[in-house]
Design a protein around this ligand. Sequence first.
Ligand code: AMP
Ligand code: MG
Length: 280
Amino acid sequence: MDYRSKLIVKPGSHVKLADIDPGFRGHHESHKLAEPEMEAALADITSLQELLYAEKKHALLIVLQGIDAAGKDGVCWHVIRAMNPQGTSVTGFKQPTAEERTHDFLWRVHKHVPGLGQVGVFNRSHYEDVLVVRVHDLAPKHVWEKRYDAINRFESELTESGVTIIKFFLYISKEEQLGRFKQRLDDPARHWKISESDYSERELWDDYTKAYEAMLQRCSTAHAPWYVLPSNHKWFRNLAASQIILETLTDMKLKAPAPTVNIDEIREKYHKAASEEGVT
Ligand code: AMP
Ligand code: MG
């Protein structure tokens, strides 16, 4: 199935998360049956990322947002493991530092945007400034309200300078979140992931839903679309993300750059060296 056209938020469309099934898993019956498709997609991503790195004409920025335990770390890991680490970067955005607070909200983000030839993943992003900031009144409404347009202009500028942007909203149900919190509690190796704010943020679920809907509606643009990834099934989330990334890379029509040397001359040098050294 073409998950890219199925999961994209069409620019300007009204988004109601309640109408989307976070347990959606396409035509796939099970993780096991989806596995070969996933591995094939990852193998193709590996080849294309190598071309992106070699050609240095495009950059790819993957933005991840989602409530606590939605799987942002999981997608980072999944996507990046198919890639040569030399051509990638992952940036997590936490509460702004004292210095970051003295600048405009995009200042800390801009410097982590991947350069040509690179793939960058944002684990949280500039969208926190219309999410947590909106939900917790960390800035007055007239301030965050203007940020949607500012974000669209910023992303449009990036696109014009060669950055292709994919934005994934990882969508899980409230029940699924609680189940994942329990798994963290039950597994001492994962206790470090638990934070005090998990449950207080959870109480604000409806406010977050409104903020996510506004973000999806106002900032899914033709140049930087949002995709809603149904994420109750981790394997489906990863499969859909891989396929969308693969199709986006394919659209770039990446090509290995022409050699910088005369290959025939170099071949002669090789033959000369080989015959001198007795290599047949
Ligand atoms: P985590 O991703 O679980 O390590 O948590 C990072 C925390 O930083 C989350 O609670 C985010 O909501 C918070 N955060 C990220 N960006 C901002 C921002 N611009 N303003 C306020 N809080 C933020
Ligand atoms: Mg957290």
